[in-house]
Design a protein around this ligand. Structure first.
Ligand code: ZN
Ligand code: ZN
Length: 332
């Protein structure tokens, strides 16, 4: 019997179609393969990207030359432009404003063939520290309300370059996915005076069915009502609303758990394409009692089609309990 499940945060219902239930090996994602040996993000090609905004470099190496272990550059084809005023205006009942924002690329390593799953935890922590640094810096720009950090890994997940990289886009608007989480979690807090994500961690820890790993102050779990097979949330086990307030030790802990999750997904699903998205509190919010930052990791295994587009229901062919069990069994 298929089952309808409701996400306790945004209230979204999903259909867990157990009749179509599949084993991990039944998913045949197009494995992410590295074809080229070099690209515009590789060392020696620094002049092919916009100048670096941030870099981790060997002492004495000049900006925009080799000698770096991580670079952040502006996206050459930005979705939004850094220059200009918002100049909001109306056209009858319609709102518009200039497409002002920031679109940056975090080149995670000089090694074209590496990945966050294969890099040492220290290097993954450097990537997370770069996110923190860029978030804190973009926060100073009063035009921006939000910074979304995300990663597209593999062509099927939207990556146009195979060199390991993630991106961030600062926007003058709070994205609708985040505002739904904000209002849903505020409602929950109003009723229970507790953070819904803190409650989720407590309950999943107790039951164990959907917990994948808990270590270094972070939990990785399969949500109760996931939209997609193997959807995984990683969140700090202590209440935190703003990612950029994390200290170095916390980000090292996240690096360990993120690396673990990605390696296990790679083993169970044979190197799938995936996306991850960081949901943190909006830039202008003080520390929030009801919002809890988290990273959503979504392997690209299914297609979104007419029913999903039309209804907002997602059909997930895999029980999250089974996905979590498969990922737990892959313990290193
Ligand atoms: Zn490259
Ligand atoms: Zn919390």
């Amino acid at each position: 019997m298929p089952e309808l499940r409701r996400d306790p945060i945004v209230g979204r219902w999903v259909i867990i179609s157990t009749e179509r239930s599949r084993r991990p090996s039944d998913f045949k994602p197009e494995p992410v393969v590295v074809r080229a040996t070099s690209c515009v993000f590789c060392p020696g090609h620094e002049d092919k990207t916009p100048p670096e905004i941030l870099a981790l470099r060997l002492p004495g190496s000049a900006p925009n030359t080799p000698g770096w272990s991580l670079r952040v550059v502006a996206n050459k084809f930005p979705a939004l432009r850094i220059e200009g005023d918002l100049a909001p205006s109306g056209e009858g009942l319609f709102d518009r404003m200039n497409g002002v924002g920031a679109h940056e690329v975090v080149i995670e390593t000089p090694d074209h063939t590496a990945s966050l799953a294969t890099l040492p935890a220290d290097a993954v922590a450097d990537v997370l520290l770069a996110y923190r640094e860029r978030l804190s810096d973009l926060k100073k720009d009063p035009r921006f309300e939000y910074v979304l950090v995300f990663k597209n890994h593999g062509e099927a997940a939207g990556a146009s370059l195979e060199h390991p990289h993630s991106q961030l886009i600062a926007t003058p608007i709070i994205p609708i996915m985040v505002s739904e989480e904000l209002s849903g979690s505020a409602q929950y807090f109003q009723m229970k005076e507790r953070c819904v994500w803190c409650d989720v961690v407590r309950q999943e820890r107790r039951s164990g069915h959907r917990m994948i790993v808990e270590a270094h102050g972070f939990a990785a779990l399969a949500p109760f009502a996931p939209r997609f097979p193997f959807e995984t949330w990683i969140l700090p086990t202590r209440h935190r609303s703003a990612f950029e307030d994390s200290d170095v030790d916390e980000l090292r802990g996240l690096a360990e758990v993120l690396g673990t999750v990605l390696r296990r997904l790679n083993r169970v699903l044979e190197g799938p394409p995936f996306n991850f998205m960081l949901h943190t509190a909006p830039l202008r919010e003080p520390a929030l009692e009801h919002f809890h930052w988290h990273l959503e990791v979504i392997p690209k295994l299914t297609r979104v089609a007419g029913f999903e587009w039309g209804s907002g229901f997602f059909i997930n062919p895999m029980l999250p309990e089974d996905a979590a069990a498969a990922l737990r069994e892959e313990a290193e």
